[in-house]
Design a protein around this ligand. Sequence first.
Ligand code: HEC
Ligand code: HEC
Length: 256
Amino acid sequence: MWQKLYLLILASTLSLVPLLAQHSYTPADVEDGGRLFRNTCTLCHGPDGNFIPGVDLGHGIFKRVVTDADIVNVIRTGIPGTPMPPNNFNEFQASIIVAYLRSMAADKVRPGALVGDGARGKAWYQTKSDCATCHRVKGVGSRQAPDLTEIGAIRRATELERSLLDPDAEVLAGSRPFQATTRAGVTVTGTLLNQDAFSVQLLDADGRLASFPKSDLRAYGFVAKSPMPSYREKLKPQELADLVSYLSSLKGLDAP
Ligand code: HEC
Ligand code: HEC
């Protein structure tokens, strides 16, 4: 990583060739770039990068930037006089975001990909699945796992598919459940709200606040594996496409 950073700095000082053309990024770099993108950019640009009129980050459609180096610059310094904010990323971090943006176009079109039917996916979710025993959509279901009401506004179809097939692939900050076991042997699982030297506070599956003095606990910590099962064996390809299409349509309470 330091070596790469050094090379990047060298490349940009010499500025002989476009920045990214010099380097190949590992799949792990691109994944990291995707994570930075999801955490910082999707709120305005959308999970596919096309929410802002005239700008489609995943398809290289821009109003002013031309080269990858321009994009790195815009990411770091923002565009004054517009809502595009400056970001506190170093050159390498900004570059892997760009590498991720370049990879988006490639994984969007998969030959032979099935077209999902959102209405069928919704029916499956509501009548045949066990999703609501952990998740909540528009006020219906459990609070044990992340609320999915807006999941379509923050995740791309490929990411949703990966969550369903391989839930352990990415630990999503803030969404891993926390577990506390009392000396009496009672285990409570929920979302960690706060912990300090002496106590732990959780929001349990029913949305109740549970507070424990650490001295009363036998064990506590984030659970190691995602409690979410993989649906690889449980969903036929068409059912998976339908479910992803339904989840992609979940864009908040006001959305239909
Ligand atoms: C607060 C909202 C907001 C956030 C967060 C944000 N952007 Fe932007 N971005 C904008 C807006 C609005 C524009 C269009 C500015 C204009 O009018 O040209 C823009 C423009 C851009 C452009 C230039 C496109 C062009 O046409 O030349 C790039 C590239 C870009 N954003 C990338 C990113 C990336 C990558 C992130 C995350 C690190 C990010 N943006 C975060 C709002 C945002
Ligand atoms: C046993 C509980 C459980 C069940 C059942 C379950 N999930 Fe999950 N799911 C979780 C947890 C917990 C997470 C948080 C991810 C982690 O643990 O890393 C999660 C994560 C997700 C994510 C990713 C959320 C994000 O922020 O990107 C999606 C999408 C999702 N689940 C959809 C579903 C769907 C659809 C079903 C039913 C087919 C389902 N889940 C069934 C517990 C569950």
